[in-house]
Ligand binder design. Structure first.
Ligand code: GLU
Length: 419
């Protein structure tokens, strides 16, 4: 098996590929390829049995030229320094594509959260929040949910920060529960932007989404909401979905919401009683469908697997699911890939709306959130396809980086260099 791609090197390659088309000096480009700083810390947590455990944790602040650092915090045994650096960089370019006034950051803890009790998770999260306190803030760096974190963890971070700072500062994190200053529509936002991107992509390519077959790899928040909305709002046919335990398939179409309920009850999509067959994640990724949505982790499709991909269109719900080699293979075989930094940008876009609401202490109804989100994603989609055509680019990922790099370059030029 080929060696797993390093996501940080993938990010740098994506930036270099786009830089050829953009007027950014070499030395400034170096700045745009490296994080400004990375906090690495070892959290000491008291376990339920009274023993102590040490957990490694990171926060990477990649670039703040367009605004406060912004990005999620993930809990996963595979978290590494280079992964967090890459994810924080992808946030910079994502915020650039959808043109929201943020830089990029990302955090992670090396932990299998399923092995911890709720009390242990709370102590772990509060311990991380204590370490983050000096470097985060409503105008500094704003964490959010990511893989295996959600409203509960964000509320713990907010409460720890506010307690230590002796203030109220709901905008220090986004993705909170509604009662704690969260926004309507935030939980569904990532899946919603995946759905909107799929809708715009099929329209742009002159294909019919209503008759499309869809496979979704990964059935967490992003994948399951995307599947549900693609079914309910676009009328497409979700024929296969998977999680880390395997895939379920029904050529006649699965009920995306019912599969999610099954996963909530049993912990996995496998065993869903109305599926006609079960197979592996790899089988799902190489299915002959109109639309494939990777919604799990980085490097789901490498160069080798890409040679077997039979989907016509790929919309990335996960961050970094394709290696650069996979990108080259799919470009060559004319599979249209709509990149993560556009397709899953709904999460951070509604985080931005949440932060705006927190700062104004004035809260929007869900209809306003969804309307504003649609406007941002459709505008970003149009900007990306315009760059694709105007620069005669090989693929849409390149176009997304060109758009973001141009915005980042302008912001940096306008501010100048601090000695
Ligand atoms: N973790 C999400 C992402 O990768 C959301 C980040 C945020 O809302 O700040 O885009």
């Amino acid at each position: 098996m080929a060696e797993e791609a390093n996501p940080f090197e993938s990010l740098q390659e994506q930036i270099d590929d786009a830089a050829v088309h953009v007027d950014v000096p070499e030395d400034v480009l170096e700045r745009f390829k490296h994080p400004e700083r990375v906090l690495e810390t070892n959290l000491t947590v008291e376990m339920d049995d009274g023993s102590l455990s040490i957990f490694k944790a990171f926060r990477s602040q990649f670039n703040g030229d367009r605004g406060p650092y912004k990005g999620g915090v993930r809990y996963h045994p595979g978290v590494s320094r280079d992964e967090v650096k890459a994810l924080s960089g992808w946030m910079v370019y994502k915020c650039g594509v959808v043109d929201i006034p943020y830089g990029g950051g990302k955090g992670g803890i090396v932990v299998e959260p399923r092995d911890l009790s709720t009390g242990e998770l709370e102590r772990l999260t509060r311990s991380f929040a204590k370490e983050l306190r000096p470097i985060v803030g409503e105008d500094r760096d704003i964490p959010a949910p990511d893989v295996n974190t959600g409203q509960r963890e964000m509320n713990w971070i907010k409460d720890t920060y506010e307690t230590l700072e002796n203030t109220t500062a709901p905008g220090v994190v986004t993705g909170k529960a509604i009662e704690s200053g969260g926004s309507e529509g935030r939980v569904e936002a990532t899946g919603r932007s995946v759905m909107l991107t799929a809708r715009e992509a099929f329209d742009y390519l002159d294909r019919d989404i209503e008759s499309a077959t869809v496979a979704v790899q990964g059935y967490g928040n992003a994948g399951s909401v995307a599947a549900k909305l693609i079914e309910s709002e676009l009328g497409a046919n979700v024929v296969a979905v998977s999680d880390s335990s395997g895939a379920v398939h029904d050529p006649g179409g699965l009920d995306a919401a019912a599969v999610r309920s099954h996963k909530d009850e049993t912990g996995t999509v496998t065993g869903y009683p109305d599926a006609s067959e079960e197979f592996s994640n790899e089988d799902l990724l190489t299915m002959d469908v109109d639309l494939l949505i990777p919604a799990a982790l980085e490097n789901a499709i490498d160069g080798d697997l890409a040679r077997d991909v039979k989907a016509d269109v790929v919309v990335e719900a996960a961050n970094g699911p394709l290696t650069p080699e996979a990108d080259d293979v799919l470009t060559e075989s004319e599979v249209y890939v709509f990149p993560d930094i556009l397709a899953n940008a709904g999460g951070v876009t509604v985080s931005y709306f949440e932060w705006v609401q927190n700062r104004q202490r004035f809260y929007w109804p869900e209809s306003r959130v969804n309307d504003e989100l649609e406007r941002h994603i459709v505008d970003a989609f149009d900007g990306l396809t315009a760059a694709f055509e105007n620069h005669d680019l090989p693929n849409f990922r390149r176009a997304a980086y060109v758009v973001a790099l141009e915005r980042l370059g302008r912001a940096y030029r306008e501010s100048g260099t601090w000695p």
